[in-house]
Ligand binder design. Structure first.
Ligand SMILES: [Zn+2]
Length: 741
């Protein structure tokens, strides 16, 4: 059942009901009826205890075996209840069914009087089948009253017609894009990989130590000859999409039932990628993300489960869709940290894509300009096929990256743009070209401080600082979503007029740009100012068409878009990511800045990227200036290896939270005392989580580091089973944590 229950239950199949694994049923659970999915059916013999009978078999598309196996594997890997993983897989079924349309059809009965008009209506209705009343009248060239009277006299009647989802087949005869030599080589390799002529597929190339086990293992192993993973590694603008589109074409050509999934980290990117697919295959792929509404969501789910939708483009949860014959998964921008689902059922969509590929016997393509260390490690070790795209597609060259040392040329007081950056902006705008200012901070100011008492404003039940948003005039907690109007008085000391905005967010930088360049057309691209895929597309189009001179953007705009007139990227605070205390800070900063500066000069014009920094000597900054990704990555790999951290070791976080500090303290104390001894495992904590209070719940965390050979989930499960948590305490397990809040 798609509920947070530890295990599946046994039921009796009543006489006359036929069910098989994957079928949807209604079954008694306590005093109510619940929706469930059949895992397996076995003969009654040997079952001595009485079993409650199933209530009904539901008429919904069954979950294919691969989906069932993936759901079970996912729950095990995340050390969570199977029902929680199942719940994601059934998301589409919880959406409302499309309402059937009311149409009129002939009954066969003759009307009382047969006029010419009536004859025409009946003829058209017989010929075309059920039609809406108005279209029928139009087609017959008569007024609506004629149709109405025929219904009243019983010659026509109303019927409910389910509108079938239309996912037309992709047109595989269309030619692909013209590829340069480097792209063509990579595309050829991918075609071979997907077509299974590579010789490297199969269990020998088993990627990651994701440890798929269980009864299905042997059978699957035989079927999984199509499994292989490739890293498509190429700088921004090298044309990765054209290359993986050829892999998609190869998968669809090889098998008329084959399905392909393309994962994207950001809804804002969907429209651009959908357009590329439309261009290549003549049809719009099915879409799956949080902005896809109710009935559409159900249609997509059903079309995937029945094999009618052959190409799906979506966000991370699309990985849990019930694919009938999944042959290829593409994970675009595979390094992106938004692939990690941090709330509810915790998982990393890139890692889970590899696991799903293995279960389904599908090829997996990971694409990035700045691959994650985890993926690079697998590529270096030969577990993934490593395809490098060289030169940029077309005539564009990589932008020239330089640092602005803020110690030497700081901005004026209360300003955020340094003199060299402003000068370059003057030049660029003078040439009629575009500027992108990048700051990965939403809102107006990240901190509001009271100058009377020195307190920084926080939400009442959470430790994180309130961010000022001038657009809405509110103070917002970005962690929990709590918000309030900006107060007149300081909530701590009551002083009026002492509340000061500290530091810049995108809104404040845009304000400075408007003051400095009153003529320039400015825009802010962040999740607070751009809602949903439609608005994002409109903003991207306006920028691409030259309707914006200066765009101030958070990371939402650092990905994937192509702006031909953009020739200057200014990174307002290049050090921002390096200040957090997490192990991927350097890697993430490098990825983000490389993507942001890679935005400049993608067409014929050369681009410049200027990075404002207080620490120009830092390895991340140096690697960006010299363009030496290898040197940066080698240094980073070396440090991680020395510390036994991912990808060389494994991590798990256990976060206990509860409203009652004493009960929480007792529980984590007992848990600490019960820590199992195990070789190759270290446990740190309990410590107050960096954000010790969230939504009124105190938080304590343990961090587990383990060698790669250790069964981390087994260790965590055995540990937490030793101490029963009191009702007020919740224990969340995060395998492979990315956030260290
Ligand atoms: Zn105060």
């Amino acid at each position: 059942m798609p509920l947070p229950l530890e295990e599946a239950f046994d039921y009796a199949v009543p006489e006359g009901m036929e069910v098989a694994a994957g079928d949807h049923v209604c079954a008694p659970l306590g005093s109510r009826q619940a929706h469930g999915v059949v895992l397996s059916v076995s003969p009654r013999e040997g079952v001595n205890r009485p079993l409650k009978p199933l209530q009904a078999r539901l008429d919904e598309p069954s979950l294919p075996p691969g989906t069932l196996e993936f759901v079970g594997w996912a729950a095990k890997y995340s050390a969570d209840a199977p029902g929680c993983a199942l719940s994601i897989a059934l998301k589409g079924l919880r959406a409302p069914r499309p309402r059937p349309e009311r149409k009129v059809a002939v009954t066969g009965a003759e009307p009382g009087k047969l006029t010419d008009a009536r004859l025409r209506v009946l003829e058209v209705a017989r010929e075309k089948g059920p039609l809406g009343a108005a279209p029928l009248a139009r087609a017959a060239g008569v007024g609506a009253a004629v149709v109405k009277s025929l219904v009243e006299e019983g010659a026509l009647h109303w019927v409910a017609v389910e509108k079938p989802a239309s996912f037309p087949a992709p047109d595989l005869s269309r030619p692909g894009a013209v590829l340069n030599a480097s792209q063509a080589t990579a595309a050829e390799a991918l075609r071979a990989l997907v077509g299974g002529q590579d010789g490297r597929g199969g269990p020998t190339s088993s990627a990651l130590s994701l440890g798929i086990s269980g009864a299905g293992e042997d059978r699957r192993r035989a079927e999984s000859s199509g499994f292989a993973v490739a890293l498509l590694d190429g700088v921004t603008g090298s044309g990765k999409t054209e290359v993986y589109l050829e892999a998609v074409a190869a998968a669809l050509e090889a098998d008329p039932g084959a399905q392909v999934l393309v994962l994207l980290p950001e809804i804002a990117l969907t429209q651009a990628v959908l357009a590329r697919f439309k261009e290549r295959f003549g049809v719009q792929p099915a879409e799956w993300h949080s902005a896809v509404s109710g009935t559409k969501r159900r249609r997509v789910w059903e079309a995937v489960a029945t094999g009618r939708a052959r190409i799906v483009v979506g966000a991370r949860s699309a990985l849990f869709l019930p694919f009938l014959k999944l042959r290829l998964i593409v994970v675009d921008e595979e390094h992106d940290s938004s692939y990690k689902q941090e709330e509810g059922f915790i998982y990393h969509a890139r890692d889970f894509a590899v696991a799903r590929g293995k279960i389904e016997g599908a090829a997996v393509v990971l694409a990035s300009a700045t691959p994650s260390l985890e993926t690079l490690r697998n590529a270096e070790a030969g577990r993934y096929r490593w395809l490098k795209l060289g030169a940029r597609h077309g005539a564009a060259v990589m932008p020239e990256v330089s640092l602005i040392d803020l110690r030497e040329t700081p901005p004026e007081r209360g300003r955020w743009l340094s003199p060299p950056l402003v000068e370059s902006m003057v030049e660029t705008l003078g040439w009629g070209e575009q500027v992108l200012l990048f700051l990965n901070r939403r809102g107006y100011a990240p901190v509001v401080l009271c100058t009377a008492c020195g307190e920084k404003l926080t939400a009442p039940d959470t430790d994180s600082w309130l961010v000022e948003h001038r657009y809405t005039g509110r103070l917002v907690c970005h962690l929990t979503g709590f918000s309030m109007p900006k107060p007149e008085r300081c909530p701590h000391c009551g002083a009026t007029g002492g509340l000061t905005s500290i530091g810049p967010g995108v809104e404040r930088v845009e304000e400075e740009v408007r003051e400095r360049f009153p003529e320039a057309r400015t825009a802010i691209f962040s999740s607070d100012t751009v809602f949903g895929a439609e608005q994002a597309r409109a903003m991207v189009e306006r920028m691409a068409a030259g309707g914006i001179d200066v765009m101030v953007a958070t990371q939402a705009a650092a990905k994937g878009h192509n702006f031909p007139k953009l020739t200057l990227v200014g990174v307002v605070d290049a050090d921002l990511g390096l200040r957090g205390g997490d192990l991927r800070a350097g890697e993430r900063t490098f990825q983000l800045l490389a993507q942001a500066s890679g935005r400049a000069g993608r067409a014929e014009r050369p681009g410049r990227a200027l990075l404002q920094t207080w620490m120009p000597e830092h390895s991340v900054m140096q690697a960006l200036v010299t363009g030496d990704r290898e040197a940066f990555l080698n240094a980073e790999m070396f440090e991680r290896q020395a510390a036994g951290l991912p990808p060389f070791g494994r991590l798990a976080a256990l976060i206990a939270s509860g409203p009652d500090p004493e009960a929480l303290e007792r529980y984590v104390g007992a848990l600490a005392a019960a820590t199992p001894e195990a070789e190759g495992v270290e446990v740190y904590g309990p410590a107050d989580a960096p954000l010790g209070l969230v939504r009124g719940r105190r938080r304590k965390r343990f961090l587990v580091r383990a060698d790669r050979t250790v069964d981390l989930q087994g260790f965590v499960n055995a540990w937490r089973a030793r101490v029963k948590a009191p009702g007020s305490v919740r224990l969340t397990v995060d395998i492979d944590p990315y956030s260290f809040l």
